[in-house]
Design a protein around this ligand. Structure first.
Ligand code: ADP
Ligand code: MG
Length: 360
């Protein structure tokens, strides 16, 4: 699938912008703070209804304006579609496809699939487990709507159980009702554990192949899913640790405490990886994600690369570029020379500056 055209009205720094993308590699080139990432954000928004940086709708509306419009023309299996989005201050966004209003944003999924990669994705390798759980959740939500609803229900049940743990301190007779929430957690949580396990198993051979190719066979990347509880022992663990949870006022076990470990040649990337290795690891994961989505929906997603190429050495850069061959890519950069040196042909280049975008 590809995005053919993007129109932004009163979105971020753009009063009015229309940009046509080629099916190959599109390079957005310009100084800092000129609005390159804002364009990627517009594409991502059209695909998912969510901001790439987790911003609220009101913050994406151009300063001093009340509303913003985003419209995207996409092509999938020879069919063209138009996505229209209307951001308003303090109200839900309006959404239409081919002129027909949509009631739920989930109906949009599938028209435009994106895989985005920005320097923030690196934090997955450096920070605590939340980022790695977020990786699971973002990927799996795109691939499996049931995962999405189970994740939301699990979150609600967890909040309820934690609230109840606090109330029991004042009212011990409530203790018997905890089992209701245990059952809910087990029901939704088991789905999450199973899906994460299966997803990791699917990802392992693809990631290892991608990483091997980027590093010319020098490095072997392995993923290990580390569930906090297994499907089998989740219920028992909740029971066993109830007294502790009552003291903590917090549910200390479950998939909300899961982790994912990454190993290069058997060394934990988080502990022993260099910056370059972390960057390559994150890239390998993204390339594997493209492959997985391709397998699942029989279409190639659009790749959004935000300022990630500059830190790769030339060899890794050109390997990445060769992987991008048949994937529509939109990439931002400030220094373009080395990039174009690796891949002189087939790029469409845009200069971004002064709240304008000009094709070169
Ligand atoms: N809601 C908004 N209205 C107007 N301008 C905005 C808004 N949000 C961000 N900007 C402007 O966008 C610019 C940053 O754009 P960005 O795409 O992040 O730049 P870069 O080219 O470095 O990727 C800044 O100049 C900022 O002031
Ligand atoms: Mg940027």
């Amino acid at each position: 699938m590809v995005i053919k055209k993007l129109r932004l009205n009163n979105f971020r720094n753009y009063e009015e912008l229309e940009i046509e993308f080629s099916d190959g590699v599109n390079i957005l080139f310009g100084d800092n703070a000129q609005g390159k990432t804002n364009i990627l954000e517009g594409v991502f928004l059209a695909a998912t209804t969510k901001s790439l940086r987790g911003s609220k709708d009101r913050d994406m509306i151009r300063f001093g304006q009340e509303e913003a419009h985003i419209s995207a023309v996409t092509e999938r299996a020879g069919m063209t579609h138009k996505i229209d989005m209307h951001l308003k201050k303090g109200r839900a966004k309006g959404l239409a496809v081919d002129g027909i209003p949509l009631r739920r944003s989930a109906e949009l999924l599938g028209l435009l699939h994106t895989v985005s990669f920005s320097p923030e994705d690196l934090s997955m390798m450096n920070n605590g487990p939340e980022e790695r759980r977020r990786f699971y959740d973002l990927e799996l939500c795109q691939l499996d709507k049931i995962y999405c609803s189970n994740l939301a229900d699990y979150g609600k049940a967890l909040t309820q159980r934690n609230d109840l743990l606090k109330q029991i301190a004042d009212n011990p007779s409530l203790k018997e009702t905890i089992e209701v929430w245990d059952e809910q957690l087990v029901k939704f949580g088991t789905y999450l554990i199973r899906a994460r396990k299966r997803f990791t198993e699917q990802l392992i051979p693809i990631v290892s192949e991608k990483h091997g190719s980027i590093t010319d066979g020098a490095e072997q990347l392995k993923l290990v899913y580390e569930p906090n509880c297994t499907e089998e022992d989740f219920r028992q663990t909740l029971k066993r640790n109830l007294e502790r949870d009552l003291i903590l006022h917090y549910t200390s076990n479950g998939p909300h405490r899961d982790d994912l470990s990454l190993f290069i040649n058997d060394n934990n990337v988080k502990l022993f990886g260099s910056q370059g290795q972390k960057r390559t690891t994150a890239l390998s994961l993204k390339l594997a994600e493209i492959e997985l989505i391709r397998g699942a929906i029989r279409e190639t997603p659009v790749l959004l690369l935000d300022d990630v190429l500059s830190e790769l050495d030339r060899n890794r850069q050109s390997r990445l570029l060769s992987e991008m061959e048949d994937v529509q890519t939109i990439v931002t950069c400030t220094g373009m020379e080395e990039f174009v040196a690796c891949r002189p042909e087939g790029n469409t280049i845009y200069r971004v500056g002064g709240n304008q975008v000009n094709r070169i």
